[in-house]
Design a protein around this ligand. Sequence first.
Ligand code: 0RA
Length: 648
Amino acid sequence: MPDFSDGNGASAHVDYGAKDIQVLEGLEAVRKRPGMYIGDQGPRGLHHLVYEVVDNSIDESLAGFADRIDVVIHLDGSVSVQDNGRGIPTEYHEGGGKSAAEVVMTVLHAGGKFSKGAYQVSGGLHGVGVSVVNALSSWLELRICRDGGEYRQRYERGVPVTELTRTGDSSFHGTFVQFMADDEIFSTLEYSSDTLKGRLRELAFLNPGITITFDDRRPDSEGNKPQLKTYSYEGGLRSFVEYLNRGKDAAFKPPVFIQGGKDGTTVEVAIQYNDTYIERIFAFANLINTVEGGTHVSGFRTALTRAINDESRKVKLLKEKDANLTGDDLKEGLTAVISVKLLEPQFEGQTKTKLGNGDVKGIVDSAVYEGLKIAFEEQPEILRPIVDKAIKARQAREAARKARDLVRRGSAMNKLDLPGKLADCSNRDPSQSELYIVEGDSAGGSAKQGRDRSFQAILPLRGKILNVEKARLDKILSNDVIRTIVQALGCGIGEDFDPSRLRYHKIFLMADADVDGAHIRTLLLTLFYRYMPQIIEQGHLFVAQPPLYRVQEGKKSRYCYSDKELKEVTAVSASKNAHVQRYKGLGEMNPDQLWETTMDPENRIVLKVRVEDAVLADELFGILMGDAVEPRREFIETHAREVRNLDI
Ligand code: 0RA
């Protein structure tokens, strides 16, 4: 692939006239309120810049003109994205004196005006237009190969500092965008290789035939240069499901693949059952991960249940006397990826990741029903393992129902039914109530004394928390600790989970800052992620951050929350007289200190738990809590020295 090699950039100067004022005002609006366009100014927003540029190249590939995208993180911290599409049009507008490319790069949402192709990756936080990336970059270098020439233009904070200039001949076609995120806008310019790799891999699965490369040129902590990654999957969604099920026993191979659609909506689905108890459905609409589900997921569920029941009756795997298998019976061990593409997606929900288009339900339903019917005719052997598994799941669920009834009876809003260890708050309004789930009785005791009982409830935990990654719901519910948590939350679990009954809208996990504490926290996070994901999606779950040190100098004392902070603090204070106390556990803090540092809404530092990327999170929990030892060891070795944030 020809390169857009570095040469002398174009240097002609740009004059401004009245017509440009509007553009400058538009870009200024983006710089004033970046959150409105890219979500936030933290790591999440930073990564969105890359996704936005990549999405433009993906659009070009969906339109049938590009099959390769190269993403590079450069040593200076800038990122480049290059594709072999048509190249952004370079011709000058009649009378306007501005090139089409400059319009695309400087006018909000201008990309769409050129109507590139039928489907655009747009909606949610994506699709804001590459001009937003330009506005939020301290500099951006654009190179276009098209019509036998190579063209370049440079921008600073969204403003062109050169004209679009032809810099040479080229037989190549495509677009190259290199940008340096603006440190005046973003709190961090540090890209996460894992996060970017996750999304790029996902895009490659969703677009078979495309090749995406990722070259992170920054040296890692050992000074080694990570190798170039290439993502290209001829098998598409089938490969995606195989990837999700790697290391697990599949009930049949390869995954069933279904393709269909109607009225400009296309549907693709891949399905495989594995030997776990967990259901994993990853659904995408126009390549956007719809973590809150939507009409495509409902259509899929209805069709799966109906097709399996119909076929099982036909071949007498289900007898007349047998009850139909329910959607819940069929969840255990199901891994599926659903990808729909539609012309005008409507994204709803808390995080705008729920597909709302009503007609999509029926379209997915018929495609999946028809597709499964054909699959069962062609490979009759895949049905039995599914039905056997579902029948076992049903029996286990009946046992679980009995266990859950105990919990459910206890989860009423009646005070008498709340777990005995819970020190509840007096406020009854969930939106103003907080629950601290605290490891250990002694820390629980401090928290009870230190809290503001008007709105803060404390649930001390003692005993072993079951690893929900490895057990069925009936077993999970026989675990005392989990039952206590479910009762206190009040919203049920499994089939009768109902987030509207949640008794606290802020839930804090508070555990020691040591290895055991981390283990307990991971077990609790796994419970929420696998069985009450809506609590995370709706932003109710937090991790409390108790300080690691207290530095006392004379009468003044200060808390430090990391080793780095301790270093900074002891460097400035005449450190000889400073006394440093290290907190080995929460229990070492007295109630006042615990309130002051960790529970007082005015002072506390908390991390909101978010699922940054559903596939990565699934992978992470599988690695941390699953059976395979080797990937866990590798993960811990790779990440031990990093300070992990809680974007799971
Ligand atoms: C506007 C119109 C056309 C293509 C593009 C924009 C375009 C934008 C980007 C951004 C990154 N890669 C891109 N590739 C293309 C249509 C071009 C035509 O009709 O020839």
